[in-house]
Write a protein that binds this ligand. Structure first.
Ligand code: HEM
Length: 388
C-alpha cells in the first residue's frame, strides 16, 4: 500500500484516471480544497441509486451523502444527541467492555485481535449507545461485510458497474431499513436514555427528524462507525509489529498514545478515498475538471505528501503537528472522531497493561479488507505474553 500511495503522488496532483474514470486528487492542499468546497464538489450521489424505495435508507438521514443546506440541518439535529459530553461519559463503559473482551481470551497465548477486540468493541459501544440489542451483532457484521467487504468493489470502473453493485446490495439495504424502522418505532413507544430516543426528541430550525431520517443516520453510525474503528485498532497493532522500536516508549509513557493513534491514522487511513461529484467546471492546480465528473480525493496519498509531512513515508509516533486528512476535512469532518480516538486510546492502553509482549503471530495469515474501500485487517492473529 505504501508503495502504491507514494506512486500515486508521482504524477500530476490532479489528473484524470482513464482506467477508473475519475479525477484523482493526491496532494494535501488540493484534497483539502476539494473537501472544503461542497458547492463545487458535491457529496450527493443519490441520483445513482437505482430503486428509490430500497435506497431510502441511504437517501434520508444519511447526511454524509448530502450537501448544504440539508446537511447542516441534519448534522445540527443529530449533534444534539451526540454531544462531546455523551462521548466522554462513555469512557468507563468502553474501559469495562475492553476488559471483558480481553478477559474472554485471557487463557490464550494466541488469538485473532479482530475477532476478540477490534471488531466487537466499537460495535458494542455503538449498539449500546443507540439502545439496539447487542445480541444482533452477527446481523450488523453481515451487513457491513455485504456493503463494504465485496472484493469486486475496488474494480468498479463505470456507472454500469456501480449500478450493478448497488443492485446486488439492495436486499441487504431493504433488510436494514426494516430492522431500524422497527427499532425507532419501539423507541417512540418506549423512550429511554439512549441516543435513538434523543434523536426522536431533537428539534432544530423548527424541524424534527422523521423516522426514515433517524433510520438513515442510525444505519450510517452503525455501519460506518464501527468498521473504521475496527480498522484503526488493527492498523495500530500492525504498525507496532512492523516498528517494534516504537513500542517501549509508549509502554513507558501512555500519555504518548493519543499522538501515536494520530500517526496510525495518517499512515494507514481506514477510508483511503472519498468520492465527490463536480457541480460545475472547476479548475484545480491547472487541471480543468468538467461539470458532473467523478472526483476521488485520495486521503492515503495526501497523508504522505512530502510537501506537508517531513519523512512522510516514515511511521513516526511522535509526529507533531500531524494534519492528516483521515477523518476528512470541512463540513463533513468525521462526526465520530472523538469516539474513535477515545476507543483507540483505551483499547491500546489496556492491551499494553495486560500484555508485556504483543506480536503478529503469522504475517501471512493477516487478511486485509479490500484496500480500495477499507484499509484494515479482517483477521489478525496475535501472539501475546501476559504482563507479570
Ligand atoms: C464522516 C472517517 C469513525 C461517524 C467521516 C468521514 C471520514 C470518516 C473520512 C468524511 C466523509 C466525507 O467527507 O465524505 C472515519 C474514520 C473513523 C471513523 C477513519 C475511525 C477511525 C467514526 C465513528 C462514527 C463515525 C466511530 C460514529 C460514532 C461518522 C459520520 C460521518 C463521518 C456520522 C458523516 C459526517 C458528515 O457528513 O457531516 N468519517 N470515521 N465515524 N463519520 Fe467517521
Amino acid at each position: 500500500l505504501v508503495g502504491r500511495w507514494e506512486g500515486l503522488r508521482e504524477g500530476a496532483p490532479v489528473r484524470y484516471d482513464e482506467q477508473r474514470k475519475t479525477w484523482l486528487v493526491t496532494d494535501h492542499e488540493n484534497v483539502a480544497q476539494v473537501l472544503s468546497d461542497p458547492k463545487a464538489f458535491s457529496s450527493d450521489f443519490s441520483g445513482l441509486t437505482p430503486t428509490q424505495e430500497d435506497f431510502e435508507v441511504f437517501r434520508q438521514g444519511n447526511f454524509v451523502g448530502m450537501d448544504p443546506p440539508r446537511h447542516r440541518t441534519l448534522r445540527a439535529l443529530v449533534s444534539q444527541g451526540f454531544t462531546p459530553r455523551v462521548v466522554t461519559d462513555l469512557e468507563p463503559r468502553i474501559h469495562a467492555i475492553t476488559e471483558e473482551l480481553l478477559d474472554a481470551v485471557d487463557d490464550q497465548d494466541q488469538f485473532d485481535a479482530v475477532d476478540a477486540l477490534a471488531y466487537p468493541l466499537p460495535i458494542i459501544v455503538i449498539a449500546e449507545l443507540l439502545g439496539i440489542p447487542v445480541s444482533d451483532r452477527p446481523l450488523f457484521q453481515e451487513w457491513a461485510t455485504t456493503l463494504f467487504g465485496g472484493d469486486d468493489l475496488g474494480d468498479m470502473l463505470d456507472m454500469a458497474d456501480i449500478e450493478r453493485a448497488l443492485k446486488a446490495i439492495a436486499p441487504t439495504v431493504r433488510e436494514m431499513n426494516g430492522y431500524f424502522l422497527d427499532h425507532i418505532r419501539h423507541h417512540r413507544k418506549n423512550p429511554g436514555d439512549d441516543l435513538t430516543s434523543k434523536l426522536i426528541g431533537a428539534e432544530a430550525e423548527g424541524t424534527r427528524l422523521s423516522d426514515q431520517e433517524i433510520v438513515g443516520f442510525v444505519a450510517l453510525l452503525l455501519v460506518a462507525g464501527h468498521i473504521t474503528t475496527t480498522a484503526l485498532l488493527g492498523n495500530a497493532l500492525l504498525c507496532f509489529d512492523r516498528h517494534p522500536d516504537t513500542v517501549a516508549p509508549l509502554r513507558a509513557d501512555p500519555g504518548l498514545l493519543p499522538r501515536t493513534a494520530e500517526e496510525v491514522l495518517r499512515f494507514l487511513p481506514p477510508f483511503p478515498e472519498l468520492g465527490r461529484r463536480t457541480t460545475r467546471e472547476v479548475e484545480l492546480s491547472g487541471a480543468v475538471i468538467p461539470a458532473d465528473a467523478l472526483v476521488t480525493a485520495h486521503l492515503g496519498a495526501a497523508n504522505r505528501d512530502r510537501a506537508r509531512f517531513a519523512d512522510a513515508g516514515t511511521f513516526d509516533p511522535a509526529r507533531d503537528p500531524n494534519p492528516h486528512l483521515t477523518f476528512g476535512h470541512g463540513i463533513h469532518f468525521c462526526f465520530g472522531a472523538p469516539l474513535a480516538r477515545l476507543e483507540a486510546r483505551i483499547a491500546l492502553r489496556l492491551l499494553f497493561d495486560r500484555f508485556s509482549d504483543l506480536a503478529v503471530a503469522d504475517r501471512d495469515a493477516v487478511v486485509t479488507q479490500n484496500p480500495a474501500v477499507i484499509v484494515g485487517a479482517r483477521h489478525l492473529p496475535l501472539r501475546v505474553r501476559r504482563a507479570p
